[in-house]
Design a protein around this ligand. Structure first.
Ligand code: NAD
Ligand code: DAU
Length: 333
């Protein structure tokens, strides 16, 4: 394998994956297929040799374009999606279109051209856990998504499974927990709070802030995906997680502490309707069967580096900030 299409490669995790593969596999060619929605940014790919990484601006629902690109490649790694739960509550249609119809369009192309496919999904397809539940999500946990976003991701996973079973498509799936790191849009929890502090305002916690997320650095997600792409068993689902459970209040307090502020200097805002309480990943299958381990096991260290990145890159995030905060203000968040 030395030529891959990365859908959504100009977004947060997709671009982290492109940078990772660029370094780890110097003989690979990477074609990024990205519609450059509000979440995609060409700047995320700056500095990469354009002889090795090319950007095709286009939509994964465009079957002619997709068919043509897939025919020229060895494998497709599929990150492109509408990814933000809060947006899905205001306007679900783009989620159905990109996450379900887009995945269907790619599946039909890899089926026709008999290409390897890796589908990126989320732990949210499994619903949520109680705070005191001793169990974590595994690939055997029943699907029980809560939001329009997570239900469209669940739908896309099921399409992939059906295309494997019915048509013999050579696909794998990974379901990962909450990512953090560079290039994450300021609508998401961690960059929103960092940039609020940088702009002299206070972090905003939804509801009580007791909700737990299982944080993983985007570079560890990337190494997990590359491991599965190269060594995963066709038809299998692997969960990617780094044992990073923290509640939202703890994360806000840590951001304030690392940025030299009073740790009580945050505000509670309106809760998210249907807010999932807790996600937790059991990644032992990926670790034992494929030998993967995460590099960022110290969340404080990873968060410090992420804060530095936002401090050093105001030109990257400032253009997104005003519009994002205006959207939140409308719903009291
Ligand atoms: P993101 O919103 O930052 O980026 C999504 C990218 O996909 C953008 O570049 C956007 O332009 C592109 N895109 C959207 N619709 C498209 C379309 N129809 N055609 C072509 N390109 C399109 O998202 P992210 O946070 O980087 O998430 C990437 C993937 O990882 C998604 O599939 C998401 O479900 C999954 N995931 C995310 C997380 C997380 O914590 N962010 C965790 C687990 C899984
Ligand atoms: O679990 C994986 C999922 O993680 C991915 O599939 C999604 O694409 C990704 O967006 C993320 O979903 P969440 O909804 O968990 O992430 P978000 O960053 O929106 O919120 C994280 C938590 O923080 C959640 O409990 C809501 C809360 N929150 C969020 C924002 C933006 C706040 O308390 N305040 C905020 O301002």
């Amino acid at each position: 394998m030395n030529k891959i299409v990365v859908t959504g490669g100009a977004g947060f995790i997709g671009s982290n994956f492109v940078h990772y593969v660029y370094k780890q596999r110097p003989d690979w060619q990477i074609i990024v297929l990205d519609a450059l929605t509000y979440a995609g940014n060409k700047q995320n790919l700056e500095g990469l040799d354009t002889n090795r990484v090319s950007l095709v601006e286009g939509n994964i629902c465009d079957n002619k374009l997709v068919d043509n690109l897939v025919s020229q490649t060895d494998a497709v790694v599929h990150f492109a999606a509408e990814s933000h739960n809060d947006n899905s509550l205001q306007s679900p249609w783009p989620f159905v279109q990109s996450n379900i119809v887009g995945t269907y369009t790619l599946l039909e192309a890899v089926r026709k051209h008999n290409k390897r496919f890796h589908h990126i999904s989320t732990d949210e397809v499994y619903g949520d856990l109680e705070l005191d539940d001793p169990n974590k999500f595994t690939d055997k946990t029943p699907y029980n998504p809560s939001s329009p976003y997570s239900s469209t991701k669940a739908g896309s996973d099921l399409l992939v499974r059906a295309w494997v079973r019915s048509f013999g498509v050579k696909a794998t799936i990974s379901n990962c927990s909450n990512n953090y790191g560079p290039y994450q849009h300021v609508e998401k929890f961690i960059p929103r709070q960092i940039t609020e502090v940088l702009e002299g305002r206070t972090p905003k916690l939804y509801g009580t802030g007791e909700q737990v997320r299982d944080w993983i650095h985007a570079e560890d997600h990337s190494s997990g995906v590359l491991t599965i792409l190269e060594n995963g068993k066709i038809g299998e689902t692997y969960l990617i997680g780094a044992d990073g459970e923290k509640n939202n209040k703890e994360v806000v307090e840590l951001i304030l502490k690392l940025m030299g502020k009073d740790i009580t200097d945050y505000q509670h805002v309106n809760d998210r309707p249907g807010h999932d309480m807790r996600y937790a990943i059991d990644s032992s299958k990926l670790r034992t069967e494929l030998g993967w381990t995460p590099k960022y096991t110290n969340f404080t260290e990873g968060l410090k580096q992420t804060i530095e990145w936002y401090k050093n890159n105001p030109n990257w995030w400032k253009p997104q900030k005003t519009e994002t905060e205006a959207k939140y203000a409308k719903v009291g968040q």
